[in-house]
Design a binder for this molecule. Sequence first.
Ligand SMILES: NC(=O)c1ccc[n+]([C@@H]2O[C@H](COP(=O)([O-])OP(=O)(O)OC[C@H]3O[C@@H](n4cnc5c(N)ncnc54)[C@H](O)[C@@H]3O)[C@@H](O)[C@H]2O)c1
Ligand SMILES: [Fe+2]
Length: 382
Amino acid sequence: MAVSTFKIANKLITGEGATGKLLDETIRLNMKNPLIVTDDILVQVGVVSTVQSILKGLTTGVYTGVKPDPEIALVEECTATFRDGKHDGLIAVGGGSAIDIAKSVSVYANFKGKIHELFGTGLVPEKGFPIIAIPTTAGTGSEVTNIAILSDTEEQVKKGIVSDYILPDVAIVAPEMTLTMPKSVTAASGIDALVHAIEAYISVNASPITDALAKGAMQLIYANLPIAYENPNDMNARENMATASLMAGMAFGNAGVAAVHALAYPLGGRFHIPHGVSNALLLPYVMEWNKSSCVERFRDIAEALGESVAGLSDLEAADRAVSAMRHLCDVVEIPKGMRTFNVPEEAIPSMAEDASKIERLLKNNPRAFTIEEIEQIYKSAF
Ligand SMILES: NC(=O)c1ccc[n+]([C@@H]2O[C@H](COP(=O)([O-])OP(=O)(O)OC[C@H]3O[C@@H](n4cnc5c(N)ncnc54)[C@H](O)[C@@H]3O)[C@@H](O)[C@H]2O)c1
Ligand SMILES: [Fe+2]
């Protein structure tokens, strides 16, 4: 067995009602004046007031400027709020976008250089302010990963700060925080979590630990995403999705994600297609490409997605994994085809060039690509 390292947030608190532990954790981390990092929608749906009422009696500030697929400028803006308010810690309340902003601010607030100096792997010099992450989507797993993804609007690409110093101190994963998600967000973020699990499972860096988490996540998501999509208030399905997203985050936070994410980034960076939808648009075609290189793993995926594969050849079973994914995307009404999002066909060569540079992710993929082969995948997904 190859040597592998496993790292996650320092403490996980899960289950219905887990938000009730927030005050204790805030005090334990010595936060006397934390900044809540969130967005206007989460204020409107009442999620933020739930958090504020738990923190009653403590001085807090609120930054509500987070936007989906957050731009780098939002880190600067949120950092200014953090510094002006003399805050001493961050409580992220939101999806991956809010959590990634909070993770970035935690290490940028005391950093002397420019934010661009932090993009890449291992470039953060030291641990920053403490972070408690409370996800309100069941998708990104950002509450347990060492990555923050930001949009560079000038270069029209997504960039990552990758550092163990941005692993949250506490992740509070409570299904009640996800009940108000609109259907489209439930679907897109749920598919993102499933792609994390699938990509972690076929990653060249997979380990027995990440395998167990990834398989468990696949089973839970396949069984519960359609229920959460149809019945947003089904607490059991929401809880299973929250747990699965966390498990998938622990899996990919260590084994990595791969080609689906690499090819999806130009769709998010340039055309602002929601992250989970960009993944879903490419997933079946990248699965087709990968299946011959790790066909037994695809058999396992088919089984985890509830397919009966007894008596099938490995290749037939692998096909079932792809068809099961297509079926799930249909059930949760993910739009099909890049053209639906007005992506011009002429953009494909430069998108392929951008994707081919995302070596950080492509190196995890079980099968290599040439730029022409990436173009071919985009054409199939068009
Ligand atoms: N850091 C990581 O490990 C990691 C992993 C995967 C994705 N990401 C990044 O995360 C971002 C996507 O995050 P996301 O999919 O969680 O979506 P998001 O955070 O962008 O939120 C999408 C929308 O849903 C709304 N929303 C979220 N929770 C809600 C709730 N409970 N009720 C009502 N509305 C709600 C938000 O206000 C927002 O408008 C992308 O930028 C992606 O690149 C990061
Ligand atoms: Fe993702």
